[in-house]
Design a protein around this ligand. Structure first.
Ligand SMILES: [Zn+2]
Ligand SMILES: [Zn+2]
Length: 367
């Protein structure tokens, strides 16, 4: 890097207080790197950070779904990560020491050295060099970063789907152990729900139901059939249990609840599961929101497995990037909206439901 070069970054100083600041590009040593951000995917976490629902250590540069090109990389980092300058990579949100028991077992979300404290898109700017997130022209990659190579012909904005599709694969297939022929119900038709439907179909699911609620989900439900869904219904007008039974003659082997701001979905998930079936609850939905209509006795009587899923891992991310490259699902034609740094605030507020317009299925920041 030439001396004196700077990167523009969006800093969230407090809820709804997003400003552009400039940071000096750091000197890169033997074991770290700098990535030029091409696209950063936005998810529910992003607009919850923006509104303050997810309170964080302000101020920080958000952005945890980064895809970009390695600008500078030290020789040790290149050897350890298996990438070189000029390579397009996806940056994982978690860092891994690659040595502690949790990292060695693959549970690097619980890395003893880093854990949840060192997630990209959450680290305060007062820790040098400040460029710890994807809402910036450049993102700093510390020595324990985890990066994934992105195939050259995948566009950066589609490549940011490594994150939601990785989640769909882990939450909809790996965690519940979805098998060929299984009946799978996905509650919530957002980007994660559509990705989970595609992942379940890829795993050989015999029937995939996707549910949403109300007119705001109409466009997403209409898209679901292109992403592996055999049936997509609006639970505001149709009973999902009756609909699933009518189409499959029974209930679901696997139910995945990826709804947002829909506390009553959990009771529906439990109702949709067959006896001895599996229910996965993934992504947080606002602590303390409860689960109206849920009766624990139903879990007992049906002998359900109820599992929580928080993050994603390299295995699922790599499978996601491989699936994106095949082009088997029209991820490149998902209704998406790209914003520059200057326009990010309007996009985040729209995604948070604070503007008149409908939120895009996929929001992307392209610094
Ligand atoms: Zn995210
Ligand atoms: Zn570790």
């Amino acid at each position: 890097m030439s001396d004196g070069a700077v990167a523009r970054a969006l800093v969230l100083q407090a809820p709804r207080n997003l400003v552009i600041r400039e940071y000096a590009l750091p000197d890169i040593g033997a074991d770290d790197a700098l990535v030029r951000v091409e696209a950063c995917g936005l998810c529910g976490t992003d607009h919850e950070q923006y509104t303050g629902e997810l309170s964080g250590g302000f101020a920080f540069v958000p952005g945890h779904e980064t895809v970009g090109t390695i600008e500078v990389i030290g020789p040790q980092a290149a050897a350890r990560w298996g990438v070189s300058a000029g390579d397009r990579v996806a940056v994982e949100v978690f860092q891994s020491c690659r040595q502690c028991a949790n990292c060695l077992s693959g549970e690097y979300r619980r890395c003893v050295r880093h854990g949840l404290a060192d997630m990209y898109g959450f680290i305060p700017v007062d820790r040098a060099p400040g460029l710890w997130g994807g809402y910036a022209e450049y993102q700093y990659l510390a020595p324990d970063s985890m990066v994934l190579p992105v195939a050259g012909d995948l566009s950066p904005d589609v490549a940011t789907l490594f994150n939601p599709l990785g989640a769909g694969i882990r939450w909809g297939v790996t965690v519940p152990g979805t098998k060929p022929g299984d009946v799978v119900a996905v509650l919530g038709p957002g980007i994660r729900g559509l990705c989970a439907a595609a992942a379940a179909k890829e795993a050989g699911a015999g029937f995939v139901l996707v549910t949403g609620v109300g007119p705001r989900d109409g466009e997403r439900l209409a898209l679901a059939s292109q992403f592996g869904a055999d049936l997509a219904i609006d639970v505001a007008v149709e009973d999902p249990v009756a609909a699933l039974t009518q189409h499959t003659g029974g209930l679901a082997d696997v139910v995945l609840d990826v709804t947002a701001k829909a506390p009553s979905a959990f009771a529906q998930a439990v109702a949709l599961a067959r006896p001895a079936g599996t229910v996965v609850v993934a992504g947080t939905r606002g602590f303390g929101s409860g689960a109206p209509g849920f009766s624990p006795d139903v879990v007992v009587v049906k002998e359900l497995r109820v599992l929580g899923a928080l993050g994603v891992d390299s295995t699922a991310y790599r499978a996601a990037l491989d699936l994106l490259v095949t082009g088997r699902y029209p991820f490149d034609s998902l209704p998406s909206r790209c914003a520059r740094l200057e326009d990010a605030e309007d996009l985040l507020a729209t995604m948070a439901g604070e503007r008149d317009g409908l939120p895009p299925v996929h929001g992307v920041l392209t610094p």
